[in-house]
Every structure is written in structure tokens, then in C-alpha cells.
Design a protein around this ligand. Sequence first.
Ligand code: FAD
Ligand code: FES
Length: 265
Amino acid sequence: MYQEKAKILWNNQAGNEYYRIGLTCHKGYSGAKPGQFIMLHFPGRMAPFLPRPFSIHRIIKTGGRTAGIELLYKVVGKGTKMLSGHCKGDVVNILGPLGNGFIFSNHYKRIFIVAGGIGVAPMLFLASYLKTKGTNSSECMVFLGGRSKDDLLCSDDFLRMGMKIHITTDDGSAGDQCFVTHPLETALERDRPDIIYACGPLEMLKCVAGISEKHTVPCQVSIETVMACGMGACLGCAVERKEASGNYMHVCFDGPVFDVRCLEL
Ligand SMILES: Cc1cc2nc3c(=O)[nH]c(=O)nc-3n(C[C@H](O)[C@H](O)[C@H](O)COP(=O)(O)OP(=O)(O)OC[C@H]3O[C@@H](n4cnc5c(N)ncnc54)[C@H](O)[C@@H]3O)c2cc1C
Ligand code: FES
């Protein structure tokens, strides 16, 4: 885990409310796993007191060496609004990589990736990681859902990796007009995957968890809670363990990726 001042390499708008920010980082991030995150803190008196968590979206490489990380973020409040106003050359404080990350097994051949809205942020890193593990991209299917076409990000990146992609929107402005879990269940009934990886809004994750349970398909989900420290010190990110009332896990420390069977979503 590295605490450092990171220089902003770029901070480009990627849609109405979305941005991609490149940050310099310690070379130790070459060992970061998809699903891991950083805590980002702004210097300055006007900045929010608490740091904000963001998933690693991509490892930036130059000449085969780790030169930085890229985050994909949505402007939702004070901190992300402030971040969107930062420019190339500005400096922020980052702590990471934090958390556990998605677990991969060589037995996973047929893989379903489910991403809702900004939940796609860690999934692009996951997709490129799967490629480095020798996964056959044509056996990976990505289910990408958003409220409207403006909330669909990274579809071209997944396609470039040779993955099949199924797009849905709530308003029908792109892909099928339905929840992303509909094509997921249809595809799963046709040809069962070895694993489902998912990240997105809680309601989506609950539905994915139900589908995985019904069809007894293993499933790992990345979940979000409000976080103050990101490293197990404040105990503010507690979630209850399934079938063990009063027994808590901490999203920043035990997660943010969990086997759905352990979680009371
Ligand atoms: C492990 C982890 C990884 C994350 N990765 C990303 C990412 O890659 N890209 C991205 O855009 N966002 C990500 N988030 C969510 C991001 O941290 C919040 O959107 C951000 O902290 C909001 O800060 P703010 O000051 O702009 O909003 P605030 O003013 O703090 O809040 C604005 C609104 O967002 C809600 N909110 C704040 N924090 C969270 C949260 N953690 N989860 C759900 N709702 C929240 C608040 O309840 C409020 O309604 C991640 C969160 C976690 C826990
Ligand atoms: S955010 Fe402080 S313990 Fe998890």
C-alpha cells in the first residue's frame, strides 16, 4: 500500500457526467488486482475532509513499465465535482492499492461480466486481466447496462478485446430496453458460465445474486459503501455476513469484492 502525491496526467470528460483521470503512481501498482481501489484526497482548505474511494480502471503502461493508473468516475457530489475541475499537472493525494480484488481460477473458462452504470469502472481492468491469464475472449460475455445511452461506457474497449457484449438501457436509447439482468438470465439458461463477476447499483447486484443462487453459478460482486479511511481503521463500512447475524465484515478490508454467498445484500 502506498501513500503518495500523484500528478494528474489527464482529466478528460468521457460523457455528460463521466471523466477519465490519469494519475502517476508508485511502480508497485503493477501488482494491483482488478477490483482494488484507491482513496483519493484533495489538498487545500476548501477540499472535503474525507478522502473518496475509486476503483482502478486501468493500469497505464509506457514501454512495458507501470507509469500510472486511470480512474473512471461519475460526478455525483462535492468531491467528484471538485475532481472534475482539476487539470493536467495538478496534484492529489492517493492511498492504494486497497481491498482484495476479484479472484480468478484457471477453471473459469466461460465468464460473464455484469456492469451497471459506473460499475463498469473496475470491470475493464478485470477484462484485461482475464486476457493476461489466457482466457479465451470469445468465451467472455459482457452485460453492460445503463439508464440511457449516455451511461454506457467502455463498450468499444470490451469489443476490441474480442469479448461479446450485450447492451441494455432503461429508456431504450441503446440496446434492449430492459434491465441488464434479463439478458444475463437468458444467456445463463442457454449456456451456463463458470463464474459471474458483477459491479453496479445495489438493486442490480441483489438481482444478480438471486440469479446466481437460483442457477447455482458462482458469483463475485464488488460493492460500494461510504468509506472514511479505506483501510480497516474506522469500521464505518461494515456489512452483515449472511446467516450470521451480528457478524460483520468490512468492505474496504474484506472486500470490496465478495462471494455473494457470504453477503446479506
Ligand atoms: C470501493 C469503491 C470503489 C468505487 N469506485 C468508483 C469508481 O471507480 N468511480 C466512481 O465514480 N465512483 C466510485 N465509487 C463511488 C465514489 O466513491 C463516490 O461516488 C464518491 O465518493 C462520491 O463523492 P462526492 O463527494 O462526489 O459525493 P458526496 O457529496 O459525498 O455524495 C453524493 C451522493 O453520492 C452518494 N455516495 C457517496 N459515496 C458513495 C459511495 N461510496 N457509494 C454509493 N454512494 C455514495 C451519497 O450518499 C450522496 O447521495 C466507489 C466507491 C467504493 C466504496
Ligand atoms: S472505511 Fe474505514 S474501516 Fe472501512
